[in-house]
Ligand binder design. Structure first.
Ligand code: AMP
Length: 291
């Protein structure tokens, strides 16, 4: 595996790969790698000849400075995991390589489309503008044929799909399923910051969301009722809810009633740590392992 940190170097590698008619994939990450990230590398390896992973903690998508400062960073460990998982090229640019820090003027930014409205977009103003801006930059630098994103960040996936469609970007977006730990908690780099007590609390989050399955099995399919029940369980566990909503899987429009294309999306605070999760809901039922 080669590690490069400049735009010039990655462009040269891509140019050489193109001469060899290689299909190029990109797995963008912010590091602190776990099995969720690595599952995307498996998909990338299947779909391409050259797997590039980027590790870049994008300051533009953090609306709370403390969250950016506390974001876990473990580059040596990440390199070992990336090698093991089959990454060919690790792109680890510094902030100055991606953003022009010398200018005092305003830089060009993208504004995310309507799929960024509400959910994480409500509590994290500017977050998705930062995401689409940096992903666009990475696409322009690397020009991947395929880019892979996790369903863990469901709204982000839909926001990026919308960007690719609206801007006619020549890249195929693929998604990988949400990967959980053995107790059901969605893997996240932020889980590293949970104390053992906070972790015990955090695992109530996915199980509370799974209540939707029980209610659906009982024939209850009104979003309000399902959400009220989930919130009640979370509150009983002293978990602060940021949002809990049922939306259409593709349009992300709110749904009053479960359809065959519904997604339950939630965010909670465990102490100062914000965790997100989502599961598909079907009239016939919902699977925690299928999210
Ligand atoms: P991040 O480093 O958090 O920006 O995530 C980089 C990519 O990995 C994004 O496409 C995420 O959706 C994906 N990802 C993060 N956690 C998981 C997970 N538990 N399961 C699947 N994909 C994930």
């Amino acid at each position: 595996m080669e590690v490069v940190d400049t735009v010039d170097d990655i462009r040269q590698i891509v140019a050489d790969a193109r001469l060899d008619r290689k299909l190029i994939s990109l797995v963008p990450t912010m590091g602190a790698l776990h099995k969720g990230h690595l599952s995307l590398v498996d998909i990338a390896s299947d779909k391409s000849d050259l797997v590039i992973m980027s590790i870049f903690v994008n300051p533009l998508q953090f609306n709370v400075k403390e969250d950016l400062d506390n974001y876990p960073r473990s580059i040596e460990d990440d390199k070992a995991k990336a090698i093991d998982s089959g990454v060919d090229i690790l792109f680890t640019p510094g902030v100055e390589e991606i953003y022009d820090l010398s200018e005092t003027g305003r830089q060009v930014m993208l504004v995310a489309g309507d799929k960024s409205d509400g959910l994480c977009g409500a509590t994290r103003p500017g977050h998705f503008d930062g995401v689409v801006t940096v992903i666009n930059k990475l696409f322009n630098i690397i020009t991947p044929d395929v880019a892979i994103f996790g369903e863990k960040d469901y709204q982000q996936l839909k926001v990026i799909e919308q960007m690719v469609e609206d801007l006619h970007l020549p890249v195929q977006i693929l998604s990988g399923p949400l990967i959980r730990d053995e107790r059901g908690l969605a893997l996240s780099s932020r889980n590293l910051r949970l104390t053992p007590e906070e972790y015990e609390k955090a695992i109530e989050f996915p199980w509370a969301m799974q209540t939707a399955r029980k209610l659906l099995a009982e024939g209850i399919d009104e979003s309000d009722v399902i959400i009220a029940k989930i919130k009640e369980i979370l509150e009983k566990n002293s978990i602060l809810v940021d949002y809990m909503e049922i939306r259409d899987q593709e349009t992300l429009q709110p749904l009053n009633q479960i359809t065959d294309s519904a997604q339950l999306l939630g965010a909670v605070f465990i102490g100062s740590i914000r965790l997100i999760d989502n599961i598909p809901l079907r009239k016939r039922g919902v699977s925690l392992n299928n999210g």
